[in-house]
Design a protein. Structure first.
Length: 188
């Protein structure tokens, strides 16, 4: 009986540990950033193809999409981000995908490499996937997660979509800051 009890205990501990590793740790928010920085001047980033990009130039709003090819949470949200880009780019929103790894995924659009999390830290992003929306002056008007629902299917918590809709209608978003959920951004 002791042997069977030990096996069951090991199985239970392994199951809980596995669930934590693969599911639950991503359901908790990362440590909240101390503050969100606005751009005091036109910030220039180097895109994945080596060209220079001035954030906010020629756009009503700029959405910085913080993502990682190695983060499962970023993969879950990929289709939602593409839907947002299709809906809002024609309405004057510039989309800039800031990827944590070295190589951008096979999507189209503007990509900025951020392998050490420097751009993410500049905007106080705690985890991928995450979003920061800037106005044409470089002020942060939204910072946080795309949606509380893992597959971005809860309309009432589609924070980025609701924020962009409000901003383009000339209204301040109801929610301007949320916690970040997902894979922590590198701190070094």
């Amino acid at each position: 009986m002791k042997f069977t009890g030990s096996i069951l205990t090991c199985w239970a501990v392994g199951t809980v540990g596995g669930l934590w590793h693969f599911v639950y740790q991503y359901a908790l928010p990362t440590a909240p950033p101390s503050k969100v920085n606005s751009i005091e001047h036109q910030e220039t980033l180097t895109t994945a193809d080596g060209s220079k990009l001035e954030l906010g130039k020629g756009a009503r709003f700029t959405l910085l999409d913080f993502t990682s090819g190695e983060c499962g949470c970023s993969q879950f949200i990929k289709a939602h981000v593409q839907t947002l880009e299709t809906e809002f780019r024609p309405r004057g929103v510039q989309f800039v995908h800031v990827i944590e790894g070295d190589d951008p995924p096979g999507n189209t659009g503007i990509w900025v490499k951020d392998p050490h999390g420097l751009v993410a830290r500049r905007f106080a992003v705690g985890a991928t996937p995450g979003a920061v929306v800037l106005d044409e002056k470089g002020h942060v008007v939204f910072s946080g997660t795309y949606n509380r629902a893992r597959f971005c299917d809860a309309h009432e918590t589609a924070f980025v979509q609701l924020a962009l809709t409000s901003l383009l209608s000339g209204r301040e978003p109801a929610v301007t800051r949320t916690a970040f959920y997902g894979c922590a951004v590198p701190r070094s």
